[in-house]
Design a protein around this ligand. Structure first.
Ligand code: ATP
Ligand code: MG
Length: 399
């Protein structure tokens, strides 16, 4: 047992001592068998949520309507979820209502892929009802049960298949693949937030090119925002070396590849239900890339983009084979005299105390002017020099 499981064993034992069944399930079991690092340990049990809460002193109702209770133990939190079925699928999405059951088999049946449907017991025994271990050996993503039915129940599973394929470098088993082909259009029914999450995980996997190609080939790309009109660009992007991208770089690459301007980038990111912070960095990165491509990425452009976007654009410029040396933008950025207005050696207050200017719009204009000149190295970021310059700018302004 890896350490994460060792630490959680007392939880399984306590549930069993109370007369119920409990197992490790899901991603942590899969990743342990594959020798991959595990993050969260999920526990499934025959005990109902109320029963779980009675067994442990400290619990939190994190998702009690879905049967999940968080058990707190020695600084760790474990999601303990009651065996359940999801019988009443509607609108091709996972249901809001679930039915709790006492049978492990029922719980494993509702899981998406055979490699995700393994249960590991306290004594190290693996329950493998759908030959998930064989599929792991053969590097295959295979739907549990009848693939057409499973994607019809929850269309997000098609994106998950591709995500796992990229993360694990597994193929998708032919029948499962065929069913994705047939049901690709149902992706339109799924909340974009969920597609966004799976898409990013796919792009951050070890085989993003494989994933992106599959999305195109199986027709999924036609049913996610903005990609439907970009067939040519997508095919070109899928030829690039896409490994090692972070979230900002992923979206900026597509925005650049689709030749979007500022307004269209914002719409793109909104369509994909992205956070404002992500949208802002992506937009700065993609716009800086446009400038790099046009040979116009000077000090001012780097300054406006900021460090995160500069580093992202450096990486993307190499991936896109833009004519620029590695890390050129970052080293140019490092040499900027100031990184923000606060770094300017003179402040509004200084200009007022020295009676160069009085509070008002002109003050802001003069400061902007100084800021730009320092960024462009037309002035040194030096108090005396800036004070003199401010006086002369003001003089020009009043003429
Ligand atoms: P990760 O390592 O990325 O967390 P994971 O396999 O743990 O991968 P989760 O999304 O955390 O994935 O889901 C946990 C488990 O719940 C899965 O292993 C699978 O058994 C089941 N599951 C998750 N989403 C679905 C779904 N849409 N349909 C069926 N089963 C699902
Ligand atoms: Mg997980």
């Amino acid at each position: 047992f890896p350490i994460e499981f060792e630490e959680a064993l007392p939880i399984l034992r306590k549930i069993e001592a109370a007369g119920f069944e409990a197992y490790f399930v899901g991603g942590s079991v899969r990743d342990t068998i594959l020798g991959r690092e595990i993050h969260d340990v999920d526990i499934a049990t025959s005990a109902y949520p109320e029963e779980v809460k009675q067994i442990f002193d400290r619990t939190v109702d994190t998702g009690i309507q879905h049967g999940t209770v968080m058990v707190l133990d020695h600084g760790n939190g474990y999601e303990v979820t009651t065996f359940r079925t999801e019988s009443t699928y509607q609108d091709y999405r996972r249901p809001d209502e679930v039915t709790f059951v006492r049978s492990l088999e029922e719980d494993l049946k509702r899981r998406d892929f055979t490699i995700n449907a393994l249960a590991l017991s306290e004594n190290g025994e693996i329950t493998d009802l759908f030959s998930g271990l064989d599929d792991m050996k053969n590097h295959l993503i295979r739907a549990v049960g009848v693939p057409d039915e499973r994607f019809n129940e929850d269309a997000l599973r098609m994106m998950r298949a591709i995500r796992f394929s990229s993360q694990l470098d597994f193929d998708i088993e032919p029948e499962t693949e065929g069913a994705i082909d047939r049901h690709a259009h149902l992706l339109e029914k799924i909340a974009i937030e969920r597609i966004h999450e799976e898409f990013v995980k796919m792009m951050m996997g070890v085989r993003p090119n494989l994933g992106l190609n599959k999305m195109i080939e199986m027709g999924l790309a036609k049913h996610v925002p903005d990609f439907k009109d970009q067939e040519t660009a997508l095919k070109q992007l899928s030829q690039l070396p896409l490994t090692g991208l972070d979230e900002i770089q992923i979206w900026a690459l597509f925005a650049f590849g689709f030749k979007y301007d500022q307004a269209r980038i914002n719409k793109f990111m909104r369509n994909w239900k992205s956070s404002n912070q992500l949208t802002e960095e992506v937009s700065k990165t993609a716009l800086l890339l446009n400038e790099v491509a046009e040979g116009q990425a000077g000090n001012l452009e780097l300054y406006k983009a900021g460090e995160t976007a500069v580093v992202a654009a450096d990486h993307l410029a190499q991936i896109l084979s833009l004519p620029i040396e590695p890390d050129k933008l970052a080293s140019k950025y490092k040499q900027l005299q100031i990184k923000t207005k606060r770094d300017l050696a003179i402040s509004a207050k200084d200009l007022i105390t020295n009676k160069v200017l009085t509070p008002g719009p002109q003050l802001g204009q003069v400061l902007n002017n100084l800021e730009q000149s320092v960024v462009e190295n037309k002035l040194n970021n030096n108090y005396v020099e800036l004070l003199t310059a401010a006086k002369s700018i003001k003089g020009e302004g009043s003429n």
